[in-house]
Design a protein around this ligand. Structure first.
Ligand code: FAD
Ligand code: PYC
Length: 416
């Protein structure tokens, strides 16, 4: 980048310690030890930990579009680890601990902000489910606490706790260590750190076919920029995993759904935490730019469309206005969607596949952003060693054959 006052001003405006373009946008080489398909947060984190902890740096990350342009750059950035089952809580807590030191680890400000995630209860069933989570989490060493409506209001003064509204707040579960981060910074931070360790990050490079040798094992990948040889392939292509896996003849237990979000015009700080209501599929936080970040539920039908149904956004905004009457007259600045892939038990798939050398990381549904560091960490271990990381072991593809499902109801809180 040439020196100019404009550049200096842009650098000063940039929130991070480095400029996003500091990763090397590489040309594909003829061969790599491992190729990752998909440069979202999970794929980039996988490449980073392959290089940093598993001694594999002859690695490429292929991206059909631009870095972080998939769900990583489209999500509402909620981070928490208050999952019900031990397997899930352990995995997401592993990720949460990595979030706590991630800016230092990457030397890049990912703006992780543990401002607290509060999940509202609106009826007796919600209270029972919420308290069950609180107890299960505390037994597993994960912080979570139960609040009365008055305590919930004290934590988030904007919240309407009147008893005569459509969805009265009758209690809430609070994870104080939960919060938010800046999503594109996560992609850039991992990209820069992986690139510095020798990983090639190749944008505008779509995987179009998977090559296999005479024994059936992976031998490489064909792309829109030529063929690449590799004995190990990691597919991390959220929303489109089934399409990529079909290139190797593997049928995945996944469905793809649009999920949407909106942001308001920017305003001064008013929302001190994240508030979620799973019952009415609405949640809100405030970004450091000042925009209120609002998320809706998934569409009812499978689709690869990157816009959700308007009626779903309308329902969410009605609920938000009732819960937070102060925002009633605010204008929405923009809305967008992403395509999430969902498994039958709403838990992710991490591990090997029936094709030797082919590994997959997918099925995070509406909730994979929070898992990004942990997911990349355990997936790198699994790819490099050919055996699952202990935290990833319960999440293999095999569970859909054996019936040992996780069935994590909180995994896709806004999806059902
Ligand atoms: P992605 O970031 O989608 O990366 C996959 C990449 O693969 C894409 O960049 C895509 O272009 C690329 N790709 C696909 N096919 C190919 C190919 N053939 N060749 C090369 N590249 C390919 N999670 C939370 O934890 N908290 C939240 O608050 C939250 N909110 C959300 C809100 C919305 C609106 C959406 C859409 C999702 C939300 N999520 C949330 C879910 C979260 O965003 C995802 O689970 C997570 O970002 C998945 O990351 P990823 O790296 O696996 O996928
Ligand atoms: O998993 O916490 C979550 C979440 C919030 C919005 C979408 N997913």
């Amino acid at each position: 980048m040439r020196f100019s006052f404009a550049n200096v001003a842009l650098q000063a405006l940039s929130h991070n310690s480095g400029w996003p373009e500091q990763w090397r946008n590489a040309e594909p080489k003829a061969a790599y030890d491992a190729v990752i398909i998909g440069a979202g947060g999970h794929g980039l984190a996988t490449a980073y930990y392959l290089a940093k902890e598993q001694g594999l740096s002859n690695v490429a990350v292929l991206e059909k579009g631009w870095l972080g342009g998939g769900n990583t750059g489209r999500n509402t950035t909620i981070i928490r680890s208050n999952y019900l089952w031990e397997e899930s809580a352990a995995l997401y807590e592993h990720a949460l601990k990595l979030w706590e030191g991630l800016s230092q680890e990457l030397n890049y400000n990912v703006m992780y902000s543990p401002r607290g995630v509060m999940m509202l209860a609106h009826n007796t069933h919600d209270v029972q489910v919420g308290k069950r989570h609180v107890h299960a989490n505390r037994l597993a060493g994960v912080d979570n606490e139960w609040l009365s409506p008055e305590e919930a209001k004290a934590f988030c003064p904007l919240l309407n706790v009147a008893r005569d509204i459509r969805y009265p707040v009758v209690g809430a579960a609070l994870q104080r260590r939960g919060g938010t981060a800046r999503h594109d910074a996560v992609a850039w931070g991992y990209a820069r750190a992986a690139s510095a360790r020798g990983v090639d990050i190749i944008q505008n490079c779509e995987a179009t076919a998977i090559r296999r040798d005479a024994s059936g094992a992976v031998s490489g990948v064909e792309t829109t920029r030529g063929a690449i040889a590799a004995k190990k392939l990691g597919v991390v292509a959220a929303g489109h995993t089934s399409v990529v896996m079909a290139m190797a003849g593997v049928r995945m237990p996944l469905e793809s759904y649009p999920l949407q979000a909106l942001v308001s015009e920017p305003v001064k700080p008013m929302m001190p935490c994240v508030v979620m209501s799973n019952t009415i599929h609405a949640y809100m936080s405030q970004s450091d730019k000042g925009e209120l970040v609002i998320g809706a539920g998934t569409d009812a039908y499978i689709s690869y469309s990157q816009t959700g149904g308007l009626h779903i956004a309308n329902h969410t905004l009605e609920a938000i206005c009732e819960l937070f009457p102060t925002v009633r007259r605010m204008r929405m600045l923009r809305n967008w969607g992403g395509v999430v892939d969902v498994t039958p038990d709403r838990s992710p798939i991490i591990g090997s596949t029936p094709v030797p050398g082919l590994y997959v990381n997918c099925g995070w549904g509406t909730g994979g952003f929070k898992a990004t560091p942990g997911s990349g960490h355990v997936f790198a271990h699994t790819i490099a060693r050919g055996v699952p990381h202990p935290l990833a072991a319960p999440f293999t593809l095999d569970r859909f054959r054996s019936g040992r499902l996780i069935d994590e109801a909180a995994a896709a809180a806004v999806a059902h």
